[in-house]
Ligand binder design. Structure first.
Ligand code: SF4
Ligand code: ZN
Length: 300
């Protein structure tokens, strides 16, 4: 197997691109995909400071690594979910990465912000853990970015994550979710920062290869609550399709973004207000985060 670029021995074959690369050319291919994502969706300019949400996993640390290498001004944000050893270890990975690269890392604890860690929120709400966790993460990412004066939050969602989310939304015809499925969501209110996913063109296998070749020390274990999550089942289904037909995930996601998504954009924009309690954006009087915090407070 020879590298498509230089003819040297290849270390990685990318069937969906019908190509193989040596280590240096794969790293360059990876960075080019991130550059293309940023350019195509005008995610941020070279002088804008960026909040990078990091979980300690391969994707978000690979993203942070690329952005630092490209010369962007970045601040990391680690949200401590209070999920047993998983949170302790993933926080340590983020702190070590930030220290090694000399970049700032902010840490916020869900327990402090909501009143309880994710496992307790799960019991109190009697809903799947990912529900309260996802809500808290989205809320805190936005609020921290606003507090710190950072106009954009970048997350490490990759092609597999995005294809699986789209698959789930289509399976249930979630008409609210479909227009929001995008590598870049603009700010639609002064209190909402932009949200971007610069890795959306890269598969999970490719981010793992990048992290390995760059010797990034990341947490390999998944969150214990990920087991049994429907998103994992959707990923497995898509992986089977990909095995049978390389490029299937790419075609599914990119086809949606280019051909179908515009048809799902809502004709009328939803009216946004500021939450009566915390001032963050909501469609009602109290935002979902404040309601969750109330529910937690009442129960413990
Ligand atoms: Fe949170 Fe669920 Fe992800 Fe675990 S798997 S970090 S609970 S969203
Ligand atoms: Zn609120």
């Amino acid at each position: 197997m020879k590298c498509r670029k230089c003819g040297d021995t290849a270390v990685l074959e990318l069937r969906r691109h019908n190509a193989a690369f040596c280590a240096p050319d794969f790293l360059e291919f990876f960075r080019n995909q991130v550059r293309e994502a940023i350019r195509k969706y005008r995610m941020f300019t070279s002088d804008e400071p960026i909040l990078v949400a990091v979980s300690g996993g391969k994707d978000s640390l690979a993203l942070w690594d690329v952005l630092i290498g490209e010369g962007y001004r970045t601040t990391g944000l680690y949200l401590d979910l209070g999920i047993f050893d998983y949170s302790v270890e993933s926080r340590a990975k983020c702190e070590a990465f930030a220290a090694a690269h000399g970049v700032p890392l902010l840490v916020r604890r869900v327990e402090e912000e909501v009143g309880a860690p994710v496992p307790v929120i799960k019991s109190v709400t009697r809903r799947p853990p990912c529900s309260g966790c996802g809500l808290s993460k989205r809320y805190l990412m936005n609020r921290v970015a606003l507090d710190e004066g950072l106009p954009v939050v970048a997350t490490g969602h990759n092609l597999d994550d995005e294809a699986a989310t789209l698959f789930g939304s289509v399976m249930h015809w979630q008409m609210d979710a479909l227009p929001r499925q995008s590598p870049a969501l603009p700010s639609t209110h002064p209190k909402l920062v932009r949200r971007v996913k610069p890795l959306y063109r890269l598969s999970e296998r490719e981010t793992a290869a990048y992290a390995f070749l760059r010797k990034i020390d990341y947490i390999v274990e998944e969150c214990p609550f990920a087991v049994g999550a429907t998103s994992i089942a959707h990923k497995e289904t898509l992986n089977r399709l990909e095995d049978a037909s390389p490029g299937a995930k790419h075609n599914f996601l990119f086809g949606f973004l280019e051909k179908a998504r515009p048809a799902f954009e809502r004709a009328e924009a939803v009216e946004l207000h500021e939450c009566a309690r915390c001032g963050q954006v909501t469609t009602g009087t109290l935002c979902a985060f404040c309601k969750l915090a109330d529910q937690v407070k009442r129960s413990i």
